[in-house]
Write a protein that binds this ligand. Structure first.
Ligand SMILES: [Zn+2]
Length: 75
């Protein structure tokens, strides 16, 4: 993903690693089939954020457009 490559090339490694780790701890779940993957795996970045937003996207598992739940995985 272009944005992920960009932060890795412009930011110091320890900082970009932190952003990657945090983006990986945020999960995006399909309300329809419960399929989930991390924000990072979706090609996104999420850092220094709070709350549980919802994003309208097409599920890559059940191919349904729905409001996916974003939540932070604990542990
Ligand atoms: Zn789904």
């Amino acid at each position: 993903m272009l944005l992920q490559k960009l932060i890795k090339s412009i930011l110091p490694k320890n900082l970009s690693d932190k952003i990657e780790a945090e983006s990986r701890s945020w999960m995006v779940q399909c309300p329809n089939c419960k399929y989930e993957r991390s924000y990072w795996d979706m090609g996104g970045l999420r850092w220094g954020a709070a709350g549980n937003p919802k994003i309208n996207k097409l599920c890559s598992n059940c191919h349904t457009l729905s409001w996916h739940i974003v939540y932070k995985k604990v542990g």
